[in-house]
Design a protein around this ligand. Structure first.
Ligand SMILES: Nc1ncnc2c1ncn2[C@@H]1O[C@H](COP(=O)(O)OP(=O)(O)OP(=O)(O)O)[C@@H](O)[C@H]1O
Ligand SMILES: [Mg+2]
Length: 492
């Protein structure tokens, strides 16, 4: 058989050229077949029919997707058959094979990861049916590159299936050839030492098999096999590159599927890592608050009490001193220092744990914080609360209080201003806090790489209550920190 002839029928062939081209080559192959020649000449000069074909050929190129039975090519091939062209059957099959190849390429371009396996099986079935063989299978080299696993197979009813087994342990010679990248034909090319393979052929009645290794970037990634049991269906050598192409299409789709699965696993573990981090942050913030509350209680209940006693002792001592006693001014100064120290400890304990929020509500707690900040730092604070409900969820109130505290600390530390504003407003949907200064500002890009503890803990705290934190700042343009938290009735 002159295999090359049929393969000239590429998908892009001009329809007109099909019978003529074959006619020329057939004439060359069979120069003495006069009847055949005259039949062809008849077609060439048959005005009606030929012009009809020619026109159609120019008007509608061969479809690249199979649309069931292609009427135009059927006409061409039946004409070839009618004139007794010896290549008619072969050309028809090869034409259909090209169509299948094209259809497979198109199908696999956008196939989703979930459908890759079923599409491969479908592809194998199409090949089996088209080539008139009994079974077709795809094997893949495992991730550790130690085994070839037959992962996909299609076989006609009654034919032994091949999917699911390890090629290496069952057919070591065969597997070795695949690893070497050699196309192998059974049973013809089996040497004596391939006893397992020979046994299998004898037991199952395998009449022919061709297996084509699939190679990606120089290394074998698997193989695609075509097997016949009922007849000795030899596939021509020039078909091998086309079949390999189909194997490559499958391999490519499987690689994409694997990449997709890996991506999903990575996404899942990233999601899990984020959730773990969120839970850890939440625990850290809670235990930090608990520790602060414990220290604040100790300061309030123990230290301030002891300082109060010290103050009483100083007063007693003072009452026993004569007005001209040299120790008098010293004891008076000591009494004042104890008083200031007691106030500082009280203020610090309040900062550490603002129990005032529970007693007087967030509005008053922040008013007190702004006042003591202004007093301490010498920075005027314009505090404007509006419509803030007395009862807020504890975690929301504490978070807002902490963000305000840290923002004010930043104003004092970084902004170089002597005034700032704090706004706290609520409506039925959300609570909004805004701390604004007109100071030196900063470029948020600069702190993205090296954020301090203050801004990042603000961010974590706000995200734990499903709020949104916005920091708006630019060099020389001041800084605005805003928190928005949905309230009941909103989507909190
Ligand atoms: N109101 C502000 N005005 C100017 N710069 C600010 C202001 N707030 C923050 N920044 C800048 O953002 C940086 C990060 O602030 P952040 O509160 O995270 O850290 P920090 O205040 O430097 O240290 P920490 O809060 O951990 O004690 C600051 O170092 C400062 O450069
Ligand atoms: Mg800070």
């Amino acid at each position: 058989m002159n295999g090359n002839v049929g393969w000239q029928l590429g998908m892009a062939s001009d329809l007109m050229s099909i019978p003529v081209e074959i006619a020329k080559r057939t004439t060359r192959t069979n120069p003495t077949t006069m009847n055949h020649r005259s039949d062809i000449e008849k077609i060439q000069t048959d005005g009606e029919g030929l012009h009809h074909h020619a026109k159609l050929g120019i008007m509608c190129p061969l479809p690249s997707m199979s649309t069931g039975k292609d009427p135009l090519s059927s006409v061409v091939f039946s004409r070839m058959q009618d004139i007794g062209c010896p290549l008619a059957a072969d050309s028809k099959q090869r034409f259909q094979f090209e169509k299948l190849l094209s259809e497979l390429s198109a199908k696999f371009i956008n196939v989703s990861a979930e459908r890759v396996d079923s599409q491969i099986k479908w592809g194998l079935q199409q090949i089996v049916e088209l080539l008139g063989i009994d079974r077709s299978g795809l094997g893949q080299v495992s991730a550790d590159r130690k085994q070839i696993v037959v992962t996909h197979s299609y076989e006609l009813p009654g034919i032994p299936p091949s999917a699911g087994f390890l090629l290496d342990s069952r057919f070591p010679y065969f597997a070795k050839m695949v690893y070497q990248g050699a196309v192998i034909r059974l049973p013809d090319e089996l040497p004596l030492e391939a006893s397992r393979e020979r046994e299998y052929c004898a037991q199952t009645g395998l009449r022919s098999n061709v297996t084509i290794p699939l190679v990606v970037m120089g290394s074998v990634v698997g193989g695609i096999g075509f097997t016949s049991f009922r007849s000795d269906r030899k596939l021509p050598d020039d078909l091998i590159p086309r079949l390999r192409m189909i194997g490559d299409i499958f391999t490519n789709a499987l690689a994409r599927k694997r990449a997709d699965e890996e991506l999903r696993v990575n996404e899942q573990s990233l999601k899990q890592a984020r959730e773990d981090l969120r839970q850890l942050t939440s625990k850290l913030i809670h235990s930090q608050e608990e520790e602060r509350a414990r220290i604040a209680r100790e300061m309030h209940d123990d230290w301030t009490q002891r300082l109060a006693l010290l103050g009483i002792d100083a007063a007693k001592l003072l009452s026993q001193l004569e007005s001209n006693d040299v120790a008098l001014p010293l004891v008076v100064a000591m009494q004042d220092k104890v008083k200031v120290l007691a106030e500082d400890v009280h203020a610090l304990s309040r900062q550490l744990h603002p129990s005032i929020i529970n007693d007087l509500g967030l509005t008053e707690a922040l008013r007190s914080e702004c006042a003591s900040f202004a007093n301490r730092e010498g920075i005027d604070i314009d505090y404007s609360p509006a419509n803030v409900p007395m009862k807020l969820p504890k975690d929301v109130a504490l978070c807002i209080y902490r963000v305000a505290q840290e923002s004010l600390r930043n104003v004092a530390k970084h902004s170089a201003v002597n005034s700032a504003s704090v706004m706290l407003v609520a409506d039925e949907r959300e609570l909004r806090l805004r701390i604004e200064d007109c100071g030196i500002g900063f470029d948020p890009k600069d702190i993205r790489s090296q954020p301090g503890l203050g801004l990042s803990s603000m961010k974590e705290r706000v995200s734990l209550i499903q709020g949104i934190l916005t920091i708006d700042s630019a060099r020389g343009k001041g800084t605005t920190v805003e928190v928005r938290v949905p309230l009941e009735g909103g989507n909190r």
